[in-house]
Design a protein around this ligand. Structure first.
Ligand code: MG
Ligand code: MG
Ligand code: ZN
Length: 393
């Protein structure tokens, strides 16, 4: 028995990721024989260095990147793939599951209830930002990460106070309270954020606060689209950093928005430099949803393909940082989007059943240590539960 485990583990040492998966399966066996292994294999096998409870820690990711395609259902993914020569970066994932997106009060969720499910692990009502059905705050993944000494980051192609990113940093009874949501940034300790919504930080309607100045007073470097080109930014890793990409919502890709890729990549470098223990990073492809609401297939596909390209870059990052867990999912489907029989490769004819959201099951793609925990069918809140349990938090 002992020899079998040793040879299995050593064989897989050449394949870091496979080894991680193998280790999970091996945990049971390892705990049975760990006493024997402990006495004999201290220097030769990492897996045997600790008693069984600590063996589990070896599959703990040290970085978690959660990528949310807003309104990204299976048809959005399929349309992107068949409009892109039958290829997506998403095909690099091997651990795939489905989540049930329904909200506490409606079968069809909005972005706030679903992002609160990911960020806080609780079903809540549509419109709720980081609060439960009683409108009381629930600690978010980002806040837990901060408490554990991790660096944290948020990047979106919407306003940074829009529902999806908001649910990771703010607590508000309504997603529409943008100025109140912006007030969550000072004092949050977030290390990196990029998105639109400058007007909710400066020249506000509800008060005279200048949240950019308040952040600078906390040691942040805060820049914006009006003064800087995001393609040229070089954040100082000794300081937390924020960039506001638009006064309200940023443009669609089709109208020239091109920052999501460089912003995501710069954030990876910044968070890597700023994290002594690890980082939690949420990246949102916000406007796939807006293409769905507009019943505009080329809007959906251009946003989806941009997001997919970023997914590819994030997966490339894990090649040099293999302790990074990457999870990609959508918050719900938008448009009741379908691909019609008259379609051909790279030439789709599509239709919509609604200008709103639908209740479809949403795919979840996971890569890296702990990825296989994301196989199966589960509630959207389980994404939070799985991350917290992998971290031992
Ligand atoms: Mg949404
Ligand atoms: Mg969103
Ligand atoms: Zn929507």
């Amino acid at each position: 028995m002992k020899l079998l485990i040793l040879s299995g583990a050593v064989q897989n040492l050449d394949h870091g990721i496979t080894f991680m998966y193998m280790k999970r399966r091996l945990t049971v066996f390892v705990s049975l024989v760990s006493c024997i292994l402990l006495t004999r294999c201290h220097s030769s096998m990492e897996i045997a260095r600790s008693p069984s409870p600590a063996v589990k820690t070896e599959i703990r990711p040290t970085n978690v990147i959660l990528m949310i395609g807003d309104g990204m259902g299976l048809t959005q993914i399929t349309a992107g793939m068949y409009s892109n020569g039958n290829h997506l970066e998403l095909e690099r994932f091997k651990s795939i599951g489905f989540q049930k997106s329904h909200a506490s009060n409606k079968l069809v969720t909005d972005s706030a209830a679903s992002a609160t499910a990911f960020a806080c692990g609780k079903k809540t009502y549509n419109g709720a930002v980081g609060v439960g059905t009683d409108s009381l705050p629930i600690k978010t993944l980002l806040e837990s990460a901060k408490e554990h000494g991790w660096a944290t980051g948020l990047v979106a192609s919407s306003s940074i106070v829009h529902a999806t990113p908001a649910c990771f940093i703010a607590h508000n009874k309504s997603r529409k309270n943008y100025e109140e949501i912006a007030e969550a940034f000072p004092g949050s300790g977030i290390d990196y954020f990029v998105g639109g919504g400058l007007k909710f930080f400066q020249n506000r309607t509800k008060d005279d606060r200048d949240l950019c100045q308040e952040l600078r007073n906390e040691g942040y470097v805060i820049e914006d689209y009006f003064h800087q080109d995001l393609n040229n930014i070089k954040p100082d890793p000794t300081k937390p950093y924020g960039f506001l990409t638009a006064n309200e919502d940023p443009l669609p890709v089709e109208s020239g928005r091109d920052y999501l890729l460089p912003a995501t990549f710069t954030g990876l470098q910044h968070l890597t430099a700023r994290s002594s223990k690890g980082f939690f990073y949420m990246v949102e492809g916000s406007q796939i949803d807006w293409g769905g609401h507009a019943n505009n297939s080329s809007y959906i596909i251009s946003e989806l393909l941009e997001f997919d390209q970023i997914i590819g870059k994030v997966l490339d990052y894990t090649e040099t940082h293999p302790s990074t867990l990457v999870i990609v999912t959508g918050d719900h489907e938008t448009g009741g989007y379908s691909i019609l029989e008259s379609s051909s490769m790279n030439n789709l004819n599509t239709a919509f059943t609604t200008i709103g959201h639908t209740a479809d099951l949403i795919p979840v793609f996971a890569f890296g240590p702990g990825a296989e925990a994301f196989q199966g069918i589960y509630e959207n809140t389980a994404i939070y539960d799985k991350i917290m349990s992998l971290m031992g938090w």
